[in-house]
Each structure stands twice: as structure tokens, then as C-alpha cells.
Design a protein around this ligand. Sequence first.
Ligand SMILES: [Zn+2]
Length: 438
Amino acid sequence: MYHSKRVLQCIIAFSLIAFAERAEAYCVGPLDYASFWSNEFADLRVPVWVSISPIYPVSNTGESPEDVARILLEVIARHNESTRAPKLYFAGFTNESYNPALVPFGVGAHSALPAGITVHGLSCADLVPVCKGDAALACASFGIRGTGPASVFDDPVGFVLLDCAENTPWALDAYPDMAQVLFHELGHALALQHSDRTKAECEAGNNIHGGPVGGTVAVMHTVPPASFVAYRSWRRDDVEGLEYIYGAAAPNYEISWWDDLTYPNYPNEASGSSLRDMGVSRTAVVSNRLTSGTQSIATTATDGRVLNLVLDEFGTESPANIADRVVDPGPEGLAWSLPAVAMSEDDGQERVFVAWMAGEQQDSVMLTLRTAVRGSNSLVWQYSNYSEQVATNRLAAGYDQATDSFVVTTLDRVTTEIQILYFDGDGVSSGEVIPLVG
Ligand SMILES: [Zn+2]
């Protein structure tokens, strides 16, 4: 992906939108969690802390607090890019500890913990009572921090408890992968239950079941899959579960941009311009065309449909008609993860290339990498599906002037190695997959 001279970011427009009902599988807790979290965090931006407490420091995992924070930052970024609410942010380190002697919903049970979610590392001696005796790698829950009566959810706190290093050899390039497990546990802290529960199993716990019963490939599946790379970001069922719980309370987001005159300092937000009336469900991905201020943007609409527009250096949006920014109006034009975008550098006849993971199914981890190409002055797209299915819903795109090719990177589902794919000017794959070995 090319670097941008401009900064684009989502801003909040404070209006509610309805999400179309879709039949995805999830099991979620029975309470009004949007109200639960927004009692303390009115804008549903929830802080996440890393414990360096004497009792349950994350260093019990065998990783340093700095490395756990580094992984957590990446997990939070991936959560935020595909989830409308709640948004998470890394709040820092805390010396305060979870107290396993107290029940989660007891009054004052966790009064020492900072508001928000705290990630802890368990000592081996405490693993069994805290994680209820099962052979879990980790566990997570939420409760009341303790300033109000137990019947009022006005002081929410969440906790994630990672297993000790002696029991679980945490890794970043093999199972058990800490990033994937952190994702799963943050899901529990936000009231997602295991997505592969049958309707009867789910409802037996007084939880709410959605979608068809049967196979699910979600991060919230009970058994962490060996191909963990595909589960380092939310999958379709996870996104739908979060949308069910928090969607009605989520802000409506639009893309905003600035002339980045103060780089590397943070830009002046007051000078931002919003791409008006284009509601989005995800972050913007940006590609510029070298030697000009023209940029191409990809994101998804509130219903998950992939959108694209070109923004010139004066802020002129093309196409002007928002309906014309839909890349693919068909069933393969929906994405549950971030699309990617690139522009060629042919002066005056630039081509715009958009790639996304289409066809996410409930019973398979495999996805279709779909591409679309148009001239920057044309509304006619040329579509192509990459011949091999891929498992990881992560991709980025760029343009290689030397070969006049569009380039897509994604990740091998088993080895985690980066794969490079080449596409011609019509968006058709060269068939070659180049792994970055090691
Ligand atoms: Zn779980």
C-alpha cells in the first residue's frame, strides 16, 4: 500500500442506523450490554489495560508486558477496523489485580481494577479455580466494578485471564497463538458466547441464539483451530454477533480527511472535511497515485457492501453520486473484512484496483479473493475471482510500475508467511504465488 500524504479517519456523526437482518450464527449473552458498557463509556469506546500487578501479571504467560501490549495493540486495531461498536483502545499498564475469591457480579467485586477490560496472566496454582477447572488456555468475563448496587449495571469491568507459561507455551508463529486467543477472550468480555453452540445448548444458558444451527468458523468457536492465522481477526459470525448486541447503539460513521500539513504531528481535526452522506461500517483504506494528490479509497457501506471513490487534491469526490460508489452490486460485493485498493500510475488514464474477500460462508474457512478494476474516469468495473480460495481475510494492495501489475498480499493460513499475488491491468491473476519465506 502506498503512503498517503493525507490522513483519513472515521468520525462520529451521532445518528443511529439499522443493520439489515442476516442469518449468521452466534450465541450471545442475554443482557443489554450496550447500556452496560455505555453507562461508564458513553461513546462505547472501552479501554483495555495490561496487568503488571504482583498477583496476576501478564508476565506469567512467559511474554513481557511490553510484548503482550504489542500483540494487544494489533488485536485492538483489527477489532476496531471491522466492528462498529464497541471500539477498544489500549489504555496502558495497571498494578491492580483481578480477585478470584469474589464472584463476578458481587458488589464491589473488582473495585480495585480500572474501568474497562484488563488482561491478566494467571499463575499455574490459580488456573483451575479461576477458569472453572476446564483445560482452557484462557478465560474471560465481565462484571461490576463495585461502586453501585448489584442490580444496577453502572460500573462495568471486564477481565481476560491468560494461562501460565508452564501450562501453555504461548507462541506467535504456532498454536497456541496469543493473538488469536486474545481475540476470542475479548469476545467473551464483550458478551459473545461460543458460536458453535446449538440453539438448545445456547438457550439452556439463558443466552440468545441467532442464525442457523451447525458449523461455524468463527473466532468464537469453542475449539481454537490449528489454522489460527485465519482467526486473528473477526469472521462473519463474530461480526454479526457483535452487531446483534451493539449495532443499535453504534454511532454512524463517515470518512473524514485533512490536508496533512503538520506531519508527523496529529492533524487539526477542526480542519477536517467529511465525505458527507456516505455511511460506512469500516475504516477507510487509501492508495495514492504517485506525483499527484489524487487518492483512491475503499471501505464498506453500513450493509457491508464494498465502496470505492477517488478523491483529488482539492477534495473533489468521484463519482459524485454515492450510489455509483458501489463496486459490485451482486452477492459477491459484500465483505466482512477490510477491502484493499491501489491505483496505477499511467498519467491521465489511471486504473483503480479494488480487492476484497467475498463469499464468506458459515461452514468453511475458505474465502474468494475478488478483484475489480476500472478506469478512474469510468464507472464500468471488470471483475475477476482469484483461482485459488484463501483462508485469511487479511489483504493489502499496491501497484508495481516495473511490471505494470497490481500486487496483493495476504497470509498463508498455516505458516503465517506473507504471500504475494500479481494481477494484470484487467485484474486477472498471473497465477503466481510468491511466499515470503521465513
Ligand atoms: Zn471461549
